[in-house]
Design a protein around this ligand. Structure first.
Ligand code: ZN
Length: 453
């Protein structure tokens, strides 16, 4: 899923968590509220394809996001070749216009890989002189898969809003096909952060940090909450049962076991060390656990959030990495992730095997003391960070460390802040200072640790 799509889902969804006095799993666990009609328009787009075409587009093979254009060096990472559903069997470079596959860069070599389910899969590729393997078809497969995964969620929302069963049917067809292919998808991803070549991994854990099955980046992205929520919304629509009669399998169980639990279990092979992505991972564990009735997942998520909150912030409430952007991401992510667990109650008689704990009508904002304290600090942080020069100071400091002349660094231009590598939010202060010519002697402060400000 692209960042813009993720943001659209995250910002637009109204999450109302039903408080359940006892463990009676009612669906939807997460009430979608009144979805925007925009989702109906998004959902309608997938009806340009028949059900049969949809099933063909969701392949059993690995998909790679970061396949480069061999014809030019513009752009970066996976942002050169784009996929368009109006031409679903090709990708096109948005810089040089080259369309793939083509005869100029023939995919005349084949990589063979054994899938987790045992069969040998074949992946044709074009090999560049430096050894980069351009898996154009896998790039196509990647985009088609995620486009349809998102459509499952949009169709579920469209059904919720319009009650038109065609949307529920289409979403269930997509989820069923995803559940069919998921066990076959190989573990693959990126070679490393710098060169970002396609990487293939063994089927048995431990899996590399930069690996996935559904996608091809890192395990944090594996659980597609859109599909989990589509299952939640459509659970009682009757469409799972209708499709089950047609295909002769229990489609609802298949989606729950082979897809949603498969997504979660893949991530749980990873170590639980804490990072600024932990809240994101935890939130997905909590949502999936509540939706499919697996309290272990909820506890895994909650416990990682607690560890993040209690052990990884400085005493003044600032996230350990010292960057405003990461602080904002982590502190905001914590609050958002905890909110997804509000009202959760474990099944009767259940305790989490690792801790012996059980949750009943859980309200983290009432019982997790540090959550209130940290968020108070966060508000304070934001209040005084409204000063552009102070924000610039911190942005430069976090890149260059203490002992540097701020003015000298700023005269080097935006790159003084490592702008290419920093989130846009962090670049603004440097731009502000440059725009206002704030490199005068009045701004020649030597960078010092933040605590001395
Ligand atoms: Zn190109």
């Amino acid at each position: 899923m692209g960042l813009s799509q993720f943001a659209a889902i995250s910002c637009s969804l109204i999450i109302i968590v039903a408080a359940l006095p006892t463990y009676v799993q009612q669906h939807p666990v997460y009430d979608p509220g009144t979805p925007s009609t925009t989702y109906v328009r998004y959902a309608d787009e997938c009806f340009q394809f028949s059900e049969e075409q949809v099933r063909e587009m969701i392949t059993e093979k690995a998909g790679f996001h970061e396949i480069q254009c061999p014809n030019c060096t513009m752009g970066h990472q996976g942002a050169q070749l784009v996929w368009d559903p109006t031409h679903p069997n090709q990708v096109k470079c948005k810089y040089c216009g080259m369309v793939y596959p083509n005869d100029k860069y023939p995919t005349d070599k084949v990589y063979e890989h054994q899938a987790p389910t045992g069969e040998i899969q074949q992946y044709p590729y074009y090999e560049r002189k430096d050894g980069f393997h351009h898996f154009f078809q896998a790039k196509i497969d990647f985009h088609a898969r995620y486009w349809l995964a998102d459509k499952a969620y949009y169709c579920a929302l469209a059904y919720w809003l319009t009650k038109d069963v065609k949307y529920a049917r289409r979403a269930v067809v997509i989820l069923h096909r995803m559940a069919e292919v998921y066990p076959h998808l190989p573990i693959h991803g990126l070679s490393d952060y710098s060169f970002r070549r396609p990487m293939w991994a063994d089927n048995e854990p431990p899996h590399p940090y930069l690996s996935q099955k559904l996608g091809s980046t890192w395990f944090y992205s594996e659980i597609h909450t859109g599909m989990v929520r589509a299952y939640d919304i459509l659970h009682d629509s009757g469409e799972f049962e209708k499709l089950s009669e047609e295909v002769g399998v229990d489609v609802k169980q298949m989606v729950r076991k082979d897809l949603i639990e498969g997504l979660v279990e893949f991530t749980l092979t990873q170590q639980r060390w804490i990072s600024n992505m932990t809240p994101s991972w935890s939130s997905k564990l909590i949502v999936a656990g509540r939706v499919v009735g697996k309290p272990d997942y909820v506890h895994e998520g909650v416990n990682m959030l607690r560890k993040t909150l209690n052990e990884q912030f400085f005493a003044d409430g600032v996230w350990k990495e010292g960057a405003i952007s990461y602080h904002s991401q982590t502190a905001g992510g914590l609050r958002s992730a905890f909110s997804l667990a509000v009202g959760h109650s474990d099944p009767e008689g259940y305790t989490f095997h690792q801790t012996g704990e059980r949750l009943d009508d859980y309200d983290p904002f009432a019982v997790e003391t540090f959550l209130q304290m940290r968020l108070s600090c966060r508000r304070s942080w934001w209040a005084w960070s409204q000063s552009p020069i102070l924000m610039a100071y911190i942005a430069v400091y976090t890149t260059h460390g203490p002992g540097q002349k701020l003015s000298q660094l700023l005269r080097q231009g935006p790159h003084c802040c490592g702008a290419w590598a920093m989130p846009a939010w962090n670049r603004r202060p440097a731009r502000w200072l440059l725009k206002h010519n704030c490199t005068s002697p009045a701004h020649t402060a030597t960078l010092m640790p933040i605590r001395s400000i």
